[in-house]
Write a protein that binds this ligand. Sequence first.
Ligand code: PRP
Length: 214
Amino acid sequence: MRYITFALAKGRLADKSLEILEKIGITCEEMKDKDSRKLIFVNEDLKLKFFLSKATDVPTYVEYGAADIGVVGKDTILEAGRNLYEVLDFEIGKCRMCVAGPESARKYLSNGELIRVATKYPNIAKDYFYNQKHQTVEIIKLNGSIELAPIVGLSEVIVDIVETGSTLKENGLKVLEEICPLSARMVVNQVSMKMEQERIQEIIKMLKSAGLAK
Ligand code: PRP
């Protein structure tokens, strides 16, 4: 039997994903040692391997088949635009992808003006403005603290993740439009889905019937 490899997005999501997998008996004791510098962990009995990677790299590992299964946020999946099967919603890390800005910027979204949009998610922003709203905009890629952009005059609005909404509120910004809901998803390599259909379907079935994923 060959190994089935899981790629998990490093951080909060990885811990929560592992807790969910553990509930259906998919465990990896080695991985719980926070001081370990090991990059890959093995469960010999179940013939499973696990590794942690930067969230944005999870879809890449899965598309190329270096991992059979990945657990990562829907934001990362959408932004990566890779060929993967999205098979389950873990319903953790729930938040929303939104267009946000000061109330005074709302008018630019209805009159189709050529505005600047700052974001860590240029592909999601492009798809939303060009394909859904049919509004030509200038997308400015940033790497974090996106809320700064409209405050310092870099952009009129932002496209960013909103969880509690407190970052926006504390900076005098508002959700102006909602793009889509987000949460952690399980993705599968397209070839693995065929070659390891039985084992992968069994994992999906167990997670669903235990009410751990949709
Ligand atoms: C995310 C997101 C918002 C914030 C939203 O940032 O980009 O800034 O969380 O959360 P809230 O609605 O609960 O306030 P993250 O902490 O990931 O850091 P970043 O600035 O690097 O994007």
